[in-house]
Write a protein that binds this ligand. Structure first.
Ligand SMILES: *Cc1c(COP(=O)(O)O)cnc(C)c1O
Length: 362
């Protein structure tokens, strides 16, 4: 395949320095977008083509475009960080590229060469580099995604054309209110994923199917939903859009990737870092009964969730239809804080990167 080259069309209505600074002073999460975006088209005849950087703006799509009807769509999420020495980096972008292609396989969509995926990120971040926040703990969230663009309502076959895009959004912390432990609701009524389904793919439909359970969690006074296995509603899988870790002394347990969990890059990074932190990583299985018993005996002292958006977030309180308990004393524990500091330290350049995870952009 010939290397794609990007056509660059710069915005003639980019925000002024003052307008950008205004946004960056309080970016929130996913509310504001930079001046440019990436777009690459795919057809069966031409393969990937028409790669361009262009001004950020709306799309015009026929109402019969297949993504609106059958949800053939998937996305990725990663961040660009401004490190302490001023350079701009991303964290493991090739891991996102590889996962994007695994999701594409599951959703019958064409894979994008990993080099093109990473080049698209680099071009957008370099062009909009002034949007990478300088405030500690802030970042530029990058959202690559792909949609089916064939026009027509034929339901029995995948689309024959697609559009890949990348947009970027300056981000403060994902959960407002700093490192306050979250409370979780054990969902026994709804499940996120079943064996053979799309749970391991980062497709929008997984989220669409999850909102009703999140709303139920909020009605129960909880912040987030914990997903259990679809068969027995007993074994812990994930929390909302994040993976979970359970701290048993110096053992760090996380649910194994059974095919119904999303393989988080943060999860994988923490498993890799565990040994360096004097912790023993274990991929296993945990029932809600074991979770409760462990907290009551004190054997299980800390639980945290992890993902790109919120990094590492302590879990403080668990509630289910017929049970409720507190984890430790309900405050962030020392292992949670150490794992978080190590990961954030690598991302922002305060700690050495022994694994080649940092990808310099500018
Ligand atoms: C994206 C995502 C995660 C976390 O993945 P990271 O690569 O660590 O950001 C976990 N669970 C679900 C359901 C997700 O969509």
């Amino acid at each position: 395949m010939t290397q794609l080259s990007f056509d660059v069309q710069l915005s003639d209505h980019a925000r002024t320095d003052a307008e950008r600074e205004q946004v960056l002073s309080s970016p929130g999460f996913g509310q504001h977008f930079t001046d440019h975006m990436i777009s690459i088209d795919y057809t069966e005849e031409l393969g990937w083509h028409n790669a361009r950087l262009m001004p950020y703006g709306p799309l015009t799509l026929d109402p019969a475009t297949s993504v609106f009807h059958y949800g053939q769509e998937l996305f990725e999420g990663l961040k660009a960080y401004r490190q302490v020495n001023g350079s701009i980096v991303t964290f493991r972008p090739y891991a996102n590229a590889a996962r994007f292609n695994l999701s594409c396989q599951r959703m019958a969509m064409p894979e994008l060469p990993e080099e093109t995926f990473v080049e698209a990120l680099e071009l957008l971040v370099q062009t909009d580099r002034d949007w990478v926040p300088t405030t500690e703990g802030h970042s530029l969230y990058l959202r690559p995604f792909i949609i089916a663009t064939q026009v027509g309502l034929g339901v029995n076959y995948p689309s024959r054309s697609y559009k890949f895009m990348v947009i970027a959004s300056p981000a403060a912390s994902y959960f407002t209110g700093g490192l306050k432990p979250v409370s979780v609701w054990l969902s026994t009524e709804y499940t996120r994923a079943a064996p053979g389904g799309t749970g391991a793919a980062k497709c929008g439909g997984n989220y669409a199917g999850a909102f009703v359970a999140t709303r139920q969690a909020v009605e129960q006074g909880c912040d987030q939903v914990v997903w259990l296995d679809s068969h027995e509603h007993r074994y812990v899988e994930e929390m909302g859009g994040m993976n979970l870790f359970f701290v048993y002394g110096d053992k760090l347990l996380t649910p194994a990737l059974t095919g119904t969990l999303l393989p988080g890059i943060t999860r994988d990074s923490i498993l890799t870092l565990a040994a360096e932190l004097g912790l023993e990583p274990v991929e296993g299985r945990l029932s809600i009964e074991e979770w409760q018993a462990g907290c009551e005996s004190g054997e299980l002292g800390e639980v945290f969730a992890c993902g790109t958006a919120a990094v590492v977030t302590p879990v403080g309180f668990v509630k289910g239809a017929d049970r409720a308990w507190t984890i430790g004393d309900g405050t962030p524990g020392p292992v949670t804080m150490r794992v978080r500091e190590e990961l954030v330290g690598i991302q922002y350049g305060g700690r050495p990167d022994h694994h080649g995870w940092i990808h310099k952009i500018g």
